[in-house]
Design a protein around this ligand. Sequence first.
Ligand code: ADE
Length: 224
Amino acid sequence: MRIDIITIHPQLLESPFQHSILKRAIQKGVVEVNLVNLRDYSTYKQKQVDDYAFGGGAGMVLMIEPIANCINHLKKERSYDEILYTSPDGELLEQKACNYFSTLKNIIVLCGHYKGIDERVRQHLITKEISIGNYVLSGGELAAAVLCDGIIRLIPGVLNDETSALTDSFQDNLIAPPVYTRPQEYNGWGVPDVLMSGHSANIEKWRHEQSIERTQQRRPDLLK
Ligand code: ADE
């Protein structure tokens, strides 16, 4: 898979891909992440990419021209399955969408801007708008990082134990069961006996029951 991320803050997005699972996925060649600086596609001397909103109002708006130039340039090299835009008024990101995006070959992620982008970009150039939650961030970069992490870890070959993505919370609309590790007792706080029993069928049964119970308690909306 290849992900081209269009941003005015490429440096802000470097670190998430230089550590842990995402770093390993890139090293393995399972995914290629290309950070594209939108300013490189500005036709202005000062590399300007935003301007005042028509009709007035505070805040600058990203212009359509550099974005269109950039997307057209990328499209000359390859075709894209989706062109995503991160915005608090987009579709709320869910596991199901991450699963779908992880099956694609090439995607573009355009990072949102705090006062928005020219509406014509959204109407004509973007295929899906993604929100990572009902709160407003200062830019779309961190949302793009969250989105890419949610996608990349699902690509086959990224996680060592492929079943571990399948047992994630939300993968089957259930919250993951509790987990424990050494020591078996800390401060008088123990571990459920069944986990120490070595009886794998009982452990599986217990985990499933815990998942259902937790989902009923914490996220009953998932069971509807
Ligand atoms: N940009 C600012 N806030 C955002 C959010 N909640 N989701 C996606 N992009 C954003």
